[in-house]
Design a protein. Structure first.
Length: 113
């Protein structure tokens, strides 16, 4: 399984970005999918997760601003990020969990004026 993340970039505070992560292979629809992030000097933290049935969970810091979704037909998980602030600046990693955890390569999100 390979995960290809895209959609990162530079955005001003208050702006929005949509991250995408496309998975190869055939296990996407039977896997939990999620997004983590790691800011400079900080540990990697869970941002959002979506289970097979569609149930979602979010870190408190992003609740109400970020939305995770999945399209099983496209083997893709998305992270819609709204009302971004500088504290959201990090490398964002997508993950797929099925018997083991698979990681994408990371995409940089920078929130700055």
């Amino acid at each position: 399984v390979q995960l290809q993340a895209s959609g990162g970039g530079l955005v001003q505070p208050g702006g929005s970005l949509r991250l995408s992560c496309a998975a190869s292979g055939t296990i996407f629809s039977i896997s939990t999918a999620g997004w983590y992030r790691q800011a400079p000097g900080k540990q990697r933290e869970l941002v959002a997760i979506i289970y097979i049935g569609g149930t979602t969970n979010y870190a408190d810091s992003v609740k109400g601003r970020f939305t995770i979704s999945r399209d099983n037909a496209k083997s893709t998980v998305y992270l819609q990020m709204n009302s971004l602030n500088p504290e959201d600046t990090a490398v964002y990693y997508c993950t797929l969990i099925h018997l083991r955890t698979y990681w994408g390569q990371g995409t940089q999100v920078t929130v700055s004026s």
